[in-house]
Design a protein around this ligand. Sequence first.
Ligand code: NDP
Length: 331
Amino acid sequence: MNYTANEDRYEKMQYRRCGNSGIKLPLISLGLWHNFGKIDDTENCRNILHTAFDNGITHFDLANNYGPPPGAAEETFGKLYNDDFKPYRDELIISSKAGYKMWNGPYGDFGSKKYLVSSLDQSLKRMKLEYVDIFYHHRPDAETPLEETMAALDLIVRQGKALYVGISNYKAEEAKKAIEMLRQLGTPCLIHQARYSMFDRWVEDKLLDVLEKEKVGCITFSSLAQGLLTNKYLTGIPEDSRIGRHLENGAITESQITSEVIEKVKKLNAIAQNRNQSLAQMALGWILKDKRITSVILGASKPKQVTEGVEAIKNIDFSKEELDKINFILQ
Ligand code: NDP
């Protein structure tokens, strides 16, 4: 074994209960969407995972298609898990998903039972795991009956391949239906994974109310708007940034850096400085101020982004004046 985890790790993090389940998640989780593909340096990936776990981040979020190429993030994780994290399996919550295109032909996309079951089998092999802790349906599928997709999630739990299930990118009404179906099947929905940041507040409209009422957790992604809500693009586009690397597969692009956006980021940065935190920390804290949010999934290309993100939990309270100022900027 190459790695011994920091003994003080659980003192560095806080944990919130996920809905009314038995599971608590760290306020900050780590996502492996980008930065863990074949194009990325494996030793940097290893350092990011070590830094996360050493700071009490017990939850690593993956999906079948994370890379590039699709599947590569699970392979990288599988190698590093096998090298360093195996002794800590029972301290980890590892998730994966299926819902976007993964292989050719009619069975490698969307929400059929055929796709979900085979995809998870493939994910488990890549990650060298016997089971995942959470398996998600990654996006709603307008063609497959919701009953079939939810029955697939229920089956996967009964097969012992996942302990809990979740849904991602479902709107409020369809989330409510899915949650009710899963409850009737006897496999309650643990969590909903949704995009939420100061720049994208759609969940505030109805989804968070549904999740609170149904007692289902909420975990957010792209809460730094893929790096926009940090100080990194204030003076140009760094070569080693997500935009500078010209990644595909949904990654942020240069066209999203308008002068209007940068103006807002500058004003938000000034508020963060007054709070004695970085803009990244304020953006994460702003999400976590709402107790209905179980955890924020942070993406990180460097270990120091993880340590900076973890420090965010030290100040997640906002005065009314600060919130009003932020709302004014975001108008
Ligand atoms: P973020 O909004 O957290 O963006 C992460 C990026 O922000 C990093 O790669 C880094 O970019 C930059 N960054 C992070 N911290 C700092 C810092 N302190 N200072 C400067 N820059 C910083 O999230 P992601 O969009 O990456 O999503 C997070 C996770 O959420 C994913 O890994 C995945 O697990 C999940 N997800 C789920 C989806 C779903 O459909 N369910 C969709 C998308 C994501 P840089 O590379 O430029 O350094």
